[in-house]
Structures are given as C-alpha cells and as structure tokens.
Design a protein around this ligand. Structure first.
Ligand SMILES: C[S@@+](CC[C@H](N)C(=O)[O-])C[C@H]1O[C@@H](n2cnc3c(N)ncnc32)[C@H](O)[C@@H]1O
Length: 242
C-alpha cells in the first residue's frame, strides 16, 4: 500500500517560536508513543542543520520519529534507547519503502555512554530526552533517566552532554528539546538547568526556540480545577553548537 511520505504543506521555520497544532501523520508517524515529538520538529532541524548522506544521532530514540525523518530526508542515522520496547517500536516504524540509499541503525544503549560511536563522527545530534520523572518510560529499568528526581536527572544530563560533545564534529549542531515542570505551584526551570549541562560540556547556544505545546493530556484536567497558576504551554528547543 502506498503511504504519504511528506507533509501536505511544509515551510521551514524562520523564527524562534514554533507551533504545530497538527502534529503530523505522514509516513508511519502517529502520536501513540507517550511524549513523542511532532515530526515537524526533527524535519526542521534536519533540513536546516544537515545535508543529504550525513550522519545524525538521536540518543533518546523513543518511537523513532527522528530516524523516520532521517530516512525520508536521505540522511544516515543512529538511534539509541535504553528500553527494548522503544527498539521494537522504532524498528516497526522504520519498516516502510522509500527511495533512499542511506542507513538507519537502531541500538539498545545508554545516552551517557555511546562508546560504539567514535569521537567527532556525527554531523548532527537531534534529540528529545525525558523530562525528569514526568512520564516514566519503564517501571524500574536500570539507567532509565525518566525515573530520576530533578537533582539526579540534572547530574546525569551532564554525562549525556559530555558524551554528545565527544561524538559531534566541530562546528556542528546538537539540538535538544526540554520542558519545564511544576512542583507545589512553582516552576522548576528544568529547561534552563539542562541547557546549563550542555554549556558546562563546552557547547555554545546558537538559538533558543520556544515550542508551543498542543494536545497535552493533562490540560483538560487542570483547566477544570481552581488553580492559582498558569498552565505551562511551551517547551524549549536548544540549538547548541560545538
Ligand atoms: C521523550 S522520549 C523520546 C521520544 C521520541 N522523540 C519520539 O518522538 O518518539 C525519551 C526516551 O528516552 C529513553 N531513555 C531514558 N533513559 C535513557 C538513557 N539513559 N539512554 C537512552 N535512552 C533513554 C526512554 O526510554 C524514552 O523512550
């Protein structure tokens, strides 16, 4: 069966505010994997910051959205996730025909230790880590960063950032999406804390994009409550450069 391999209308984003009310349903994309990102996000990042046949890494693979876009846009890619379920789902999602000679490699592994990838070999990193313990991707999987409280999560994200810096070529981009969280009525600025991990690892900030959040599962619930705070409705996409 023929499937639609690209969005109906696509224009490369040109400002620092991005919003995709329709999340995107071309190729094998769908919103089923909890917390997955809209394919418009990796599509924008890949087109703006890489060339055909280059190598892209997503070390928090999830359902494989980034690798599906890499395949459609003729880029080689490596996807890594700690969870076997993600590996199975990503393999399924990459199982479609399109006209490319590139390869997309999926590996079970830990974003903090990518020793199978050599120094300065990647042309682009395009990734979407968990947001501390907001969505748990496993019950008790060793190394699953989605199970950690904020302090330990930030501690571990320093290791993720150092490993990202090691494998990226000089002058190239590492794009990371991260959101803030709320605790007891106050905002925990997880986004900027994660940004600092990448700055500590010697990256520079090329852009900070505000991404409007749509279709958030808990929004309806919170709108009905009498709450004295604003609903968080944005995430950050940090565009770091080495
Ligand atoms: C927000 S999801 C990624 C969603 C992805 N962008 C998509 O569109 O499907 C984060 C992923 O990070 C994975 N993860 C958690 N800890 C990890 C680690 N230490 N190394 C690699 N992956 C990890 C989780 O299993 C989860 O699949």
């Amino acid at each position: 069966m023929d499937i639609k391999l690209e969005p109906n209308k696509f224009e490369l984003e040109s400002t620092t505010v991005w919003s995709f009310p329709e999340r995107g349903d071309w190729a094998t994309h769908c919103g089923v994997y909890r917390g997955n990102w809209s394919p418009y996000i990796p599509r924008n990042i890949i087109l703006r910051y890489s060339q055909p046949n280059e190598w892209i890494l997503d070390q928090f693979l999830g359902s494989g959205t980034t690798l599906v876009e890499a395949k459609l846009l003729d880029r080689n890619a490596i996807g890594v996730d700690i969870n076997e379920q993600s590996i199975l789902l990503s393999n399924q999602n990459l199982n479609f025909q399109c006209n490319t000679k590139t390869q997309q490699i999926i590996k079970k592994g830990d974003a903090r230790n990518l020793s199978f990838i050599t120094n300065e070999s990647m042309d682009l990193i395009c990734t979407h880590p968990p947001y501390a313990d907001i969505i748990n991707y496993s019950q008790s999987l060793d190394g699953d960063l989605s199970l950690l409280g904020v302090d330990e999560f930030i501690h571990q994200m320093n290791n993720v950032a150092r490993e990202a810096y090691r494998i990226l070529k000089k002058g190239r981009v590492c794009a990371v999406m991260m959101g803030d969280i709320r605790n007891k009525g106050c905002v925990v600025p997880l986004g900027f804390q994660v940004m600092n991990c990448f700055l500590n690892a010697k990256f520079k900030t090329k852009e900070i994009v505000i991404k409007e959040q749509h279709n958030c599962k808990s929004t309806k619930f919170w709108k009905k409550q009498h709450i004295s705070f604003l609903l968080l409705a944005h995430e950050y996409i940090f565009i770091f450069i080495k």
